[in-house]
Design a protein around this ligand. Structure first.
Ligand code: KG4
Ligand code: ZN
Length: 358
């Protein structure tokens, strides 16, 4: 699947990170530059789309030049330009996608449309210790971030079958909302992770977010492989109304207990999704940086005698190395008609092939 000649420039602007990277063979990261807009959004407690798109437009040219300089490559050496077409915020996607079209036309380089979720999957292969994708299948995949919480089954690399998803909030969103309620700032995941490290939590009274059949139209998905995190936030709100913590330790304990419920839900569903023939469990996305989650996933995989592929911390959150990596592994759409394609803010993973000629 890997095209051993591919030197790819990746561009990512799907949310609030402006990123560019140069990756060889889908695996070897020559440079990865990320400009995070967190400081611009944190006063608002979440991403403000207008601020995000304006900031992408202002910083993308410098971020791309920096990535090329760091990689020590000339524009003419690029074999492909890969950019995120979706899913994500429309106004943010538009900046990177349009700029990539312009750059690819000017350089006369093939353009690849990459799916952001498939790129989070590809991110685990940016670790040189990971096996080649074709040797990692069959595998179960969890993509867990601020915008997504989905489980996939992959029997042949490049074919991702959705087997579970959240029916409301994503896990990262649940952590971000909790941090806001607890007055811990934005983004919440990293703060809660840090506070929870100081506290030993063995159980949690927060709900496990199981999905009942009647909760949402799930199609063919098994409810036990789906997630519901919105009840957690309501439970936290209720606890804060009844008895708000009056010390920093009290707040940290509540945060740790809340995190435990999120982590348990993710690990339990992964355990249910694993099949005996699976070789690996692969986990990517911003929340996969969480230390408690990483520990519990290691325990799960050890107990089940299955390999665990975790993205390296620098490739968990949104970055462009995963976009270039996905393209180098053959994930995405290409051809002249890609230049006529628009962004797809709701693009689902696993649709790249079906969509090829649309
Ligand atoms: O992948 P990502 O950068 O963007 C999306 O595609 O959504 O993920 C961002 C999410 C945020 O919700 C953030 O709170 C969460 O990842 N996050 C974490 C940690 N670091 C970032 N969640 C838990 N523990 C962390 N250490
Ligand atoms: Zn993401």
């Amino acid at each position: 699947m890997t095209d051993s000649s591919a030197l790819v420039l990746g561009i990512e602007t799907s949310c609030d990170e402006t990123a560019a990277a140069v990756v060889r063979n889908g695996r070897e990261v020559l440079s990865s530059v990320i400009y995070s807009q967190i400081e611009k959004h944190s006063p608002y407690g979440g991403v403000v789309p207008e601020i995000a798109s304006r900031s992408h437009a202002e910083t993308l040219p410098a971020v791309v030049s920096h990535a090329m300089q760091k990689a020590g490559k000339d524009w003419r050496e690029l074999d492909r330009i890969a950019a995120t077409r979706g899913p994500g915020l429309a106004s943010s996607l538009l900046v990177g996608w349009s700029a990539s079209k312009g750059l690819a036309r000017r350089l006369q380089t093939p353009l690849w449309a990459v799916n952001h979720i498939e790129a989070h999957i590809a991110s685990v292969f940016l670790d040189p210790a990971a096996p080649p994708p074709c040797q990692a299948v069959p595998m179960t995949i969890l993509v867990v971030s601020g915008g997504h919480t989905s489980l996939f089954k992959c029997r042949k690399f490049g074919e991702f079958e959705l087997i579970g998803r959240t029916i409301d909030d994503a896990a990262g969103e649940a952590l971000d909302k909790a941090a806001k309620l607890l007055g811990l700032g934005y983004p919440g995941g990293p703060v809660i992770d840090r506070l929870a490290k100081e506290i030993e939590v063995t159980s949690t009274s927060f709900p496990s977010g199981q999905v009942r059949t009647a909760s949402a139209p799930l199609g063919n998905l098994r409810p036990e492989l789906c997630f519901s995190f919105s009840g957690l936030k309501t439970a936290l709100l209720r606890r804060l109304q009844i008895k708000p913590p009056d010390t920093a330790e009290g707040t940290a304990f509540l945060a740790a207990e809340y995190q435990e419920a999120v982590v348990n839900a993710l690990v339990e569903r992964c355990g249910l999704a694993l099949d005996p023939e699976d070789r690996y469990l692969a986990v990517g996305g911003g929340v996969s940086m969480n230390s408690r989650l990483r520990t519990k996933l290691k325990e799960l995989c050890r107990a089940r005698d299955i390999g665990l592929l975790l993205a390296k911390p620098e490739h968990c959150g949104d970055n462009a190395a995963m976009i270039a990596g996905a393209c180098g592994l053959g994930l995405g759409l290409t051809g002249q008609n890609v230049f006529t394609m628009d962004i797809l803010p709701n693009w689902t993973a696993g649709c790249a092939k079906a969509d090829k000629f649309s």
